[in-house]
Design a binder for this molecule. Structure first.
Ligand code: NDP
Ligand code: 2IT
Length: 453
């Protein structure tokens, strides 16, 4: 019997050992699907057991977080920090607070982060963390006490040159502030242990905007390559959080027309263009449901999730030139992409992590829809986090324009690297293939050079 390919053997073993970790298996399977030619050409990766090693986190920290609610009751949540790879730099990656968080979710995010961070061209390793704490309906005091309790354990494992967490779903500037304060109190160190900090205490200008802006810059690079542009083009965005809001803001700045957004309760369609000020007021300031949007814009429509047909995300029913899934994993499936395609969609840019299912990705690649994979398209956030670390380390701060210019340059670098790598491996324009190979190769080569650790 012919010997099974290296990557298939490892994938099968992971599937057998971690069958309950569906999201993690999905993320590994997506990366491995791009590696066939590289592994065939370069036997050293098998010789040095790279796939066996790179799929196992260097360290998984699971901890109890106990905090006291407003009624004085002691509450318990799980805390996670998965330090996946430090081959090319200190661990770096966000923290997610959402009731759906479990080890599979954190491992998938941490695994993707390794390659995303590698693609930026900066020296940052991959990690992810978070908790199944649900910030919804919690008071300001409860949020603060939870963040402090979370850091009371996490502080033992992080540090400016060791592991530098940041935000993700449910973790923004407010939560970073409470965690930073606790870290400082516990360690008596004022250091850049977190990114996404407030501008008066070590934060970087443009970090808030970076993921959304970066995702649009990446999409612009694709269109430039094919002499196309965004002027006057209708775009659909999902999500209503940090990534979605600044994707919408940048789309307006380049002359496009974003007409949708969504949150966990439902979606808004505003044919004249999403009212950005109203969206910011609802989701950034008041932190309430998107259903309020129609009070600001009576001509817009709001559809609650309970009215979505089974297995569908209704955001993708709105005809558009480009779609920007920017909420969460697996929010764009095969049915969704077929509807988008039928309605003339030419480009999908992943602002969220792993928003497209594997069969939706295959459909895009087979049907010549430009596909900007998450680990390339949303890397602007973590890249700007690294710019924050640089500013902290050198005790300087750069202007908004300086940071934005660097971000633009990094997004172009990621596009060029992904594109050139797709060409090298005879599938020109397949950016998933290019991004996966380029991201992997740098980390794998560093692992070989650093020996069996
Ligand atoms: P936020 O918490 O700011 O916003 C998340 C948005 O998505 C909210 O509108 C939320 O709804 C909605 N949402 C979350 N979970 C679900 C769900 N299960 N079903 C439907 N809607 C959901 O997070 P971010 O904007 O920071 O993150 C969005 C995505 O982008 C995530 O995949 C994240 O991993 C990724 N990302 C974030 C980066 C960053 O710098 N922040 C960098 C790179 C990627 P509601 O308001 O009701 O909670
Ligand atoms: O998924 C991501 O890249 C993030 N949530 C941002 C991570 C970071 O360290 O800025």
């Amino acid at each position: 019997m012919a010997q099974e390919h290296y990557q298939n053997r490892i994938l099968q073993a992971i599937g057998a050992n971690f069958s309950e970790q569906k999201e993690f298996c999905q993320a590994v399977s997506e990366v491995f699907s791009s590696l066939d030619l590289l592994l065939e050409k370069e036997s050293k990766y098998e010789r040095y057991s790279i796939l066996e090693r790179i799929t196992v986190p260097e360290r998984q920290i699971l901890f109890r977080v106990t905090w006291i609610d407003d009624e004085g009751k002691i509450r318990t949540n799980m805390g996670y920090r998965v330090q996946f790879s430090s081959s090319i730099g200190p661990y770096k990656g966000g923290l997610r607070f959402h009731p759906s968080v479990n080890l599979s979710i954190i491992k998938f995010l941490g695994f993707e982060q390794i390659f995303k961070n590698s693609l930026t061209g900066l020296s940052i390793g991959g990690a992810k963390g978070g908790s199944n704490f649900d910030p919804k309906g919690k008071s300001e005091g409860e949020i603060m006490r939870f963040c402090q309790a979370f850091m009371s354990e996490l502080f033992k494992h992080v540090g400016a040159t060791k592991d530098v967490p940041a935000g993700d779903i449910g973790v923004g500037g407010r939560e970073i502030g409470y965690m930073f304060g606790k870290y400082k109190q516990l360690t008596n160190q004022y250091e850049g242990v977190l990114t996404g900090k407030g501008l008066d205490w070590g934060g970087s200008l443009a970090r808030t905007e970076a993921t959304g802006y970066g995702s649009v810059y990446f999409a612009e690079n694709i269109l430039d390559k094919y002499s196309l542009g965004f002027e006057g083009k209708v775009c659909s965005v999902s999500g209503a959080g940090n990534v979605a809001i600044y994707t919408i803001e940048k789309l307006y700045q380049i002359g496009a027309l974003p007409v949708t957004c969504s949150d966990s309760g439902g979606m808004v369609c505003d044919k004249e263009g999403i009212d950005l000020q109203a969206l910011k007021e609802i989701k950034e300031v008041k932190k309430i449901s998107l259903s309020e949007y129609v009070k600001y814009r009576p001509n817009a429509t709001y559809t609650p999730v309970k009215d979505y047909p089974r297995g569908r995300n209704l955001v993708w029913n709105i005809p558009c030139f480009a779609a920007f899934p920017s909420a969460t994993q697996n929010e764009l499936n095969l049915e969704d992409i077929k509807v988008l395609h039928k309605n003339g969609c030419k480009l999908v840019t992943e602002g969220a992590n792993m928003p497209s299912t594997l069969d939706a990705i295959s459909y895009m690649l087979e049907n010549n829809i430009f596909y900007a994979p998450a680990k390339a398209a949303n890397a602007g956030g973590v890249a700007t986090s690294q710019l924050e670390m640089s500013q902290n380390a050198s005790m300087t701060s750069w202007s908004f324009d300086e940071v934005d210019k660097k971000l633009k340059g990094i997004m172009k670098h990621i596009f060029d690297l992904s594109y050139e790598t797709s060409k090298e491996f005879k599938d020109e324009g397949n950016l998933m293939l290019g991004a996966n190979i380029a991201g992997f190769r740098k980390v794998a080569d560093a692992m070989i050079e650093q020996g069996a650790v």
